[in-house]
Design a protein around this ligand. Sequence first.
Ligand code: SF4
Length: 194
Amino acid sequence: MKFKYIYGPVNSRRFGKSLGIDLLPFKTCNFNCVFCQLGRTHRLTNERKEYVPFNDVIKELKIAVKRFEFDVITFSGSGEPLLYSRLGEMVDLIKNIFPDKKLCLLTHAPFLHKKEIRKEIQNIDIFSPSLDAGTEETFLKINRPHPEIKFEEIKEGLLKMREEFKGEYYLEIMYIEDINDDEKNIKGLKKFIE
Ligand code: SF4
């Protein structure tokens, strides 16, 4: 069987063997990051919806779990997983069916300043958001977000998650020579992290 929504397992330096779940059509994202390994964003959107059929994803996952050995199930792939409107429902269902499997979310953290969205993902085990800029100007330059995405709201969401989330939390920063490795950005990020 060829999987449409499940990929891997891939070896992740941080999380071990990771079985991926991809909930978005190719390059559907609220960002258009200059370093994106998938290339330019085709569909820059801030609309949350069920981009791929929920039940088909779960069907594939059940087969993949029997077939592969892995350490963690990771939401990542062709775009920003938080754009998937039924992500929280999916997290809860997977935890229900496979309580011994760890769930990880890789995200650029849109929407998390909203309490109801943070609540949706409270049952994941590993939260690994990215923040690549210490200033708003650099954020706009590197991540090229949808116009509705605000730097301050992303930072607010990350801080609130830090306060409320009980699982493992890894902040990831992508440094790019001559774009965000200057003193202002490094100091801005340091201050935020502290
Ligand atoms: S958020 Fe992720 S998928 Fe979207 S453009 Fe940036 S790196 Fe690519």
